[in-house]
Write a protein that binds this ligand. Structure first.
Ligand SMILES: [Zn+2]
Length: 477
């Protein structure tokens, strides 16, 4: 039997677009600020809303509790469909989140964040929905939800006949604190999936869809250097005992060599080297460093980083080390001549495949230990992090996603990576061995996490069609 075509579903999306957008507006009206207990009911309602949507599209849906009786978390929407009897393609795990970031500073919004508005195109910005969550992540998840609805309504098949598990959490914006336990508890069921699909990333630019096939991991640490058991007078003690701030900055300044490579022994051991083919492909994307730098008030002379790698390679293919905060001594108004008893720094590392977060933190602490200044001692804190995740570019589902986007958007998607971290991808890789394909349709100026967050209808359209077309590609495998 030939695979069913996506055309009826795509036609349905076209014919019912205003109803699709209305549904998105309904969802956006539920203020699901997951981190704020005052919004617990709203957050749950937003989860319930997504559950109802999937149920209407024929999925088996459950709202699964998370956390413990003493400290319950927001429920996870778990939905499933078996697919057509003859389906032989991969079982897809779709992940998204229904919680949103807090809205402050509220005075910078041009319209109330939970009263979504649709604004007409202007100054190069397309017609768009403005609301908290418009893009991150309700708008992006809604593309998938509507593609499911379109296959059900337009072609009469739940999930388009593909085997799907859908997992929508309500705690992504507050650290996904209960997700790891949930994934462990449900490992047997979730592990039946072959690949994970996430829509929470961006395109290369307006009208330039992209597949993000890798994100970096993270190791986040804090180190405290202690010396005297009390703060000291700098006149009486300065110059004859260690000053923990002086000593700390001296030690940390040794973290990079002249080529801006990290000096911790073994740091690069796990790094997967950049392939020539990848290098060429990235070069052909035409990313313009001058333009990117100008957007943050810098010129090309600020394009500094590890020697031997380009602007984009430093973000997508190389690990980094950064001091994110440094604390010690007197920082109030005026002068205070103090030698503090201790000083601390928050130091983090962005990781690439196949580096391991805990190994890197440990190596950093050992490196500090080996450089302990005389008269000082360290205190170390590993704040954790997440694994990097890269999907093999020749993977069958990734190639299917590529063809789907090319067809739905009438342009070949760029294959990009992101320097950021999406911990769930690392978690699914570590716990279930799943690779993740990021099929997102956001734009750099969508103001996610900021006032006046928006999602352009053109992006929504491309995303919904691409997800509908993906089903046909999967059915043809
Ligand atoms: Zn977010």
């Amino acid at each position: 039997m030939p695979a069913p075509t996506a055309q009826p579903a795509i036609d349905w999306l076209d014919a019912n677009e205003s109803a699709s957008i209305d549904r998105l507006l309904q969802w956006l009206r539920l203020p699901s600020v997951g981190t704020d207990p005052a919004h617990d009911k709203d957050t749950r309602a937003a989860g319930q809303w997504a559950a109802d949507h999937l149920r209407e599209s024929g999925f088996d849906v459950e709202l699964m509790p998370t956390g413990t009786a003493d400290s319950p978390g927001h429920p996870i929407v778990l939905a499933h469909c078996d697919g057509a009897a003859e389906y032989t393609g991969p079982h897809i795990l779709f992940y998204g989140h229904y919680d949103v970031q807090p809205v402050d500073p509220i005075e910078l919004w041009n319209s109330p964040p939970f009263e979504p508005v649709v604004l007409a195109a202007e100054n190069g910005i397309g017609e768009r929905v403005v609301a908290r969550g418009a893009c991150d992540d309700k708008g992006q998840v809604h593309m998938f939800l509507e593609a499911m609805r379109a296959w059900k309504e337009g072609a009469g098949e739940t999930g388009g006949g593909v085997r799907f598990t859908v997992l929508l959490e309500g705690e992504e914006e507050s650290g996904s604190v209960n997700l790891e336990q949930f994934v462990r508890d449900q490992a047997e069921m979730l592990g039946k999936a072959d690949v994970c699909l996430i829509s929470d990333t961006g395109m290369l630019g307006r009208g330039k869809p992209a597949i993000t096939y890798g994100v970096r991991g993270l190791a986040y640490t804090e180190v405290v250097l202690h010396s005297a058991d009390q703060d000291l007078h700098s006149g009486l003690w300065g110059g004859k005992v260690p000053n923990p701030i002086n000593e700390l900055v001296k030690v940390l300044s040794g973290l990079w060599d002249d080529d801006r490579r990290v000096t911790i022994p073994g740091f690069y051991d796990g790094v997967r080297e950049l392939q020539d083919s990848e290098r060429k492909e990235w070069e052909s994307l035409g990313v313009n460093p001058a333009k990117g730098l100008a957007a943050i008030g810098l010129s090309l002379d600020a394009s500094v980083g590890e020697k031997g790698y380009s602007y984009i390679e430093r973000e997508w293919a190389r690990p980094t080390c950064d001091i994110n905060g440094i604390i010690g001594g007197y920082t109030g108004p005026g002068a205070k001549t103090v030698i503090p008893s201790h000083a601390s720094a928050k130091v983090s590392f962005r990781l690439v495949d196949d580096m391991d977060s805990a190994t890197i933190s440990k190596a950093f602490f050992a490196w500090c230990e080996a450089r302990t200044p005389a008269g000082c001692r360290w205190e170390f804190d590993d704040h954790g992090g997440g694994a990097p995740a890269t999907c093999a570019t020749d993977s069958v589902p990734l190639q299917a996603a590529r063809r789907a986007i090319a067809r739905a958007c009438k342009t070949t998607p760029a294959m990009i990576k992101s320097g950021g971290s999406i911990p769930v991808a690392g978690l699914l890789k570590d716990e279930l061995g799943l690779e993740t394909i990021f099929m997102g349709f956001g734009l750099e100026d969508d103001r996610v996490h900021s006032p006046n967050e928006k999602f352009e209808l053109d992006c929504f359209r491309m995303g919904a069609r691409s997800h509908a077309a993906l089903i046909e590609e999967l059915r043809s495998l």
